[in-house]
Design a binder for this molecule. Structure first.
Ligand code: LMR
Length: 398
């Protein structure tokens, strides 16, 4: 039955992780997957998470019963506040949030909704480049997608003219996938003025924005500030989708915690929207997992833990920024002036290394990065920055 079955290609990010784990070199460095590491190169469980787990386990308020199909209201309401800030007070009656299996799950529910209820040829426009899974998710949900220009590799800068041209050329009422902050993989975000131009154009074209918010807190270190582009769209009265992930900013990668929010123009559609999202979820995985959602809910609804989370998040963002500066300086000392590294923000740097140079780093230096030249700065430490800088010099001069 399965003798002719071809093997699926390795995932460009998680597959790289497999390659890294299989590498016996004691000097190997993993800058592939976007996951936070401490200065010692270890995964981090936040203190606020440990305290919340204690409460979930021992307070007697939580159990292992099935969650509602759309997750606990206390969880998604608190998540909504984190994402939408002050716009909850002004527009919250038009928000429909459901718990999702982190950002990927939220995107998938959203795309299935698009497939089911939008006109047949509705196309999702995705930045070029983007997180590779965006395309997989659209394809798997049966929703056509196309690229819009986003980044110029020649200039190592945002291709704003190309972006506006492509979004303008897209048929009216297309879906435009946007990264709220800390664009993955480029780390290059639009400025507030550029966001303004993007929003004006999307409005003029009656497009529907679909935001992916996987790195809230990692761009500026401040949750509110990082969500500003999204809040601006809400204030303008857009109907939109947002996939919210707590994988990175809570360090809850394997717990798969997140939400999908649909913002509608009319409060009377809220009930139907929730019922349809629930019906999509029920057919996928019945109801979401409880533990991570409860932990997140406990932190977000406890003033002291919430404060502690924000501090710890600032700490993670700060260490990543420190690595960015150190890498920039180390390269400068070696005669390489990569100004773009300092213009980019968030967890990644899009180095500009070409596929051959990437292979030199992987094969010769055992430094793992994605094929497009993206490095996760979170995987670096004070010790490994000079090692990477030397390897980059080597790759550039070979
Ligand atoms: C990444 O871009 O490295 C992360 O979002 C991890 C993933 O799932 O790809």
């Amino acid at each position: 039955l399965f003798s002719e079955l071809p093997e699926a290609p390795l995932d460009p990010i998680l597959g790289l992780n497999q390659q890294f784990l299989a590498d016996p070199s004691p000097n190997k460095i993993n800058l592939g997957v976007g996951a936070y590491r401490t200065e010692e190169g270890k995964p981090l469980i936040l203190n606020c998470v440990k305290k919340a787990e204690e409460i979930v386990d021992n307070s007697g308020k939580f159990n292992k019963e099935y969650l509602p199909i759309d997750g606990p209201a206390d969880f998604y309401n608190a998540s909504q506040k984190t994402l939408f800030g002050d716009t909850v007070a002004t527009h919250g009656d038009k928000f429909v949030s459901v718990q999702a299996l982190s950002g990927t799950g939220a995107l998938r529910i959203g795309m299935e909704f698009v497939k089911k209820f939008f006109p047949k040829d509705t196309t999702v426009y995705i930045s070029d480049p983007t997180w590779p899974n965006h395309k997989n998710i659209c394809t798997a949900a049966g929703v056509p997608w196309k690229n819009y220009r986003y980044y110029s590799r020649q200039k190592n800068a945002l291709d704003m003219a190309g972006l506006l041209e492509d979004i303008s050329a897209a048929p009216d009422r297309s879906i435009i996938l946007l990264h709220v902050c800390a664009h993955n993989p480029t780390g290059m975000d639009p400025t507030p003025d550029q966001w303004n131009d993007i929003a004006n154009l999307i409005q003029k074209k009656n497009h529907i924005p679909f935001f992916d918010c996987a790195y809230q807190g990692f761009a500026s270190g401040d949750l509110d500030r990082d969500a500003e582009p999204l809040k601006d769209f809400v204030r303008r009265g857009f109907e939109l989708f947002v996939a919210q992930s707590f994988a990175k900013n809570f360090g809850l990668y394997g717990e798969r915690v997140g939400t999908l929010t649909v913002v509608t123009a009319q409060t009377q559609t809220v009930k139907a929207l929730r019922s349809q999202l629930k019906s999509i979820i029920r057919a996928n995985y019945s109801s979401p997992p409880a533990h991570g959602a409860y932990v997140t809910q406990v932190v977000l609804t406890d003033e002291k833990l919430l404060r502690e989370w924000k501090e710890e998040l600032k700490g993670m963002a700060g260490r990543i920024l420190d690595m960015r500066v150190k890498l920039y300086e180390a390269l400068k000392q070696r005669g390489i002036h990569w100004e773009h590294v300092m213009k980019q923000i968030g967890m990644f740097s899009y180095t500009g290394l070409n596929p051959e140079q990437v292979q030199i780093l992987i094969q010769k230096h055992h430094i793992y990065l994605t094929g497009d030249g993206r490095i996760s700065l979170a995987g670096l430490s004070t010790r490994t920055v000079p090692i990477l800088a030397d390897a980059i010099v080597d790759a550039l001069t070979l």
